[in-house]
Design a protein around this ligand. Structure first.
Ligand SMILES: [Zn+2]
Length: 122
């Protein structure tokens, strides 16, 4: 009887994950949660993703409300509002961003809202 051992290939300490559909699913980055000072079209949050090392450049684009800012954040800034970087998740890919967005419960993920609602006991 022949035993088959599945191994994870390691190159220079980096785990190479299998690619399933040709998409780059394992680009490392940060997912960030922005908490708005006021609601925009009933939204009080924006969840985005930035490649590793580009998070603060991405936030600066949002703050500048320029063409590279997401429309929701641009609308917030243009009406005189502001945003707070409430939370980040490190070493995650774009699919994690999609997963969080699909949950549609950003206020429960947001430490600022949780504190305001008295849900943080720590
Ligand atoms: Zn919030």
């Amino acid at each position: 009887m022949i035993g088959i051992t599945l191994t994870t290939e390691r190159v220079a300490g980096v785990t190479v994950r299998p690619q399933t559909n040709g998409r780059r699913t394992n680009v490392p980055g940060h997912v960030y949660l922005l908490h708005f000072s006021e609601p925009v079209a009933h939204a009080r949050h924006y969840i985005g993703w930035a490649e590793d090392g580009r998070l603060f450049r991405r936030l600066a684009q949002h703050e500048a409300a320029n063409g590279q800012a997401t429309p929701l954040v641009r609308a917030l800034i243009q009406r005189g509002g502001s945003f707070t970087l409430a939370r980040t998740w490190g070493d995650v890919d774009r699919f994690f961003e999609r997963k969080l967005k699909n949950r549609r419960n950003a206020s429960q993920l947001c430490p600022i809202c949780r504190a305001a609602n008295g849900k943080d006991t720590a």
